[in-house]
Ligand binder design. Structure first.
Ligand SMILES: Nc1nc2c(ncn2[C@@H]2O[C@H](COP(=O)(O)OP(=O)(O)OP(=O)(O)O)[C@@H](O)[C@H]2O)c(=O)[nH]1
Ligand SMILES: [Mg+2]
Length: 392
């Protein structure tokens, strides 16, 4: 094995495409890699075609994205890991996992259809899991009428403002992923404009390199003959080959025996990097999405916390009936989804549209901290959005 090592030449950011089903996220993702790959002889980006992003048989058969997929590319100034997320309502679960790792997002909205239910749901979830910057791709602009597209743009800016994204300042770029993929110069230029907007509008986030290492597991794989690998974005700190780590959730302590990003080995992974960690002697079925790999002893997981929670109204896709003490929905925290018992204290009942304080007792211990955002889901829909106020 003589794979080329990862060379850190540019700042690295995690971005991704989100938005309603069929609005063109995967097509646009493929188009971005193609446009960048064709930038010239010194391009370091490899073109990733549509069917290499949606590569599961069920994805190909149904023509939708189910799993989140990662691709990498480089602009002149930055190296990006890009997560292409599913839009279909049944796979919002996977979308939340993808969004939990992002520094910024490209909200893809079809200029033909405008805002649809998962457009709004994804914006709300992105806000909740800590995505601070959104750039809008008004896609299918090749097929849309100008006046209608203008209306869609206004509608999207309003939606973003309503969720605290300052919709007036957000870059909205009219693109056609499909035509750009076909090489039409007008539309390859639109993808270039979108990338410029991402480069300039999404700031380099502060990376907590000095903090103890923490990574929330997105996926677990087995490499035959080598062992169990976990993937995800490093939330804070650094990790090296040979470091001891603890897997919270699996209750095991082990050693990192290999470290890669997009198939390229590295000696050190830093906060923000999207990596695969090879773990010594850990059985595949002991580690799961949502477990946390951390420097030993650096975090004490907890089960109980208090939070401020907004209960979505029915109009926002939430419940039409109130929730009461004893309610047991799923809590989406980092990449984890865990059941929890809700206690509303003296208030006892929260109606859709209310913001309330609640105490939650999770079904298992999870690393928690003040300020951590989370989503609450029930029966396949998002019903609440909250922030941890106290732990324990
Ligand atoms: N006219 C036009 N059609 C497009 C464009 N981009 C995508 N499409 C078409 O829209 C359909 C959906 O595209 P996808 O890229 O699979 O959409 P998606 O948002 O990834 O869908 P999910 O991941 O399943 O939510 C396909 O038939 C595409 O060919 C575009 O810019 N213009
Ligand atoms: Mg897709």
């Amino acid at each position: 094995m003589s794979k080329t090592a990862y060379v850190r030449t540019k700042p690295h950011l995690n971005i991704g495409t989100m938005g309603h089903v069929d609005h063109g996220k995967t097509t646009l993702t493929a188009a971005i890699t193609k446009v960048l790959a064709e930038r010239g002889a010194d391009s370091t980006t490899q073109y990733v075609s549509f069917d290499r992003i949606d590569r599961a048989p069920e994805e190909a058969a149904r023509g939708i994205t189910i799993n989140i997929a990662h691709v990498e590319y480089e602009t002149d100034t930055r190296h990006y890991a890009h997560v292409d997320m599913p839009g279909h309502a049944d796979y919002v679960k996977n979308m939340v996992t993808g969004a939990a790792q992002l520094d910024g997002a490209i909200l893809v909205v079809s200029a033909l259809d405008g805002i649809m239910p998962q457009t709004a749901e994804h914006v709300l979830l992105a806000r909740q899991v800590g995505v601070d910057h959104i750039v809008v791709a008004l896609n299918k602009a090749d097929a849309g009428e100008e006046e209608l597209t203008d209306l869609v743009e206004l509608e999207v800016r309003d939606l973003l403002t309503a969720h605290g994204y300052g919709g007036d300042a957000v870059p909205v770029v009219r693109v056609s992923g499909l035509r750009a993929l076909e090489g039409d110069p007008r539309w390859t230029a639109s993808v270039e404009a979108l990338l410029d907007a991402v480069d300039t509008y999404v700031p380099m986030p502060e990376r907590y390199l000095d903090a103890p290492f923490l990574l929330s597991v997105e996926n677990v794989l087995t490499i035959t003959g080598r062992g169990t690998v976990v993937t995800g974005a490093v939330e804070r700190g650094t990790v090296h080959v040979g470091d001891r780590v603890e897997v919270l959730g699996a209750s095991v302590e082990t050693v990192v025996t290999g470290l890669e990003t997009f198939g390229k080995p590295m000696d050190e992974a830093q906060a923000g990097d999207n990596v695969a960690l090879l773990l010594r002697g850990v059985a595949r079925d002991t580690v799961r999405r949502g477990h946390v790999v951390a420097a030993p002893g650096s975090v004490v997981p907890a089960r109980r916390f208090s939070a401020r929670v907004y209960v979505l109204s029915a109009r926002e896709g939430g419940r039409s009936t109130p929730v009461a003490t004893g309610y047991r929905p799923q809590f989406y925290i980092r990449t984890a989804d865990v059941v929890g018992d809700v206690d509303l204290g003296e208030v006892a009942v929260a109606r859709p549209g209310d913001t309330v304080t609640m105490t939650v007792e999770l079904g298992r211990d999870v690393p928690l901290e003040t300020g951590l955002g989370f989503a609450i889901r029930e029966g396949g829909r998002t019903v609440g959005a909250g922030t941890v106020t106290t732990v324990g």
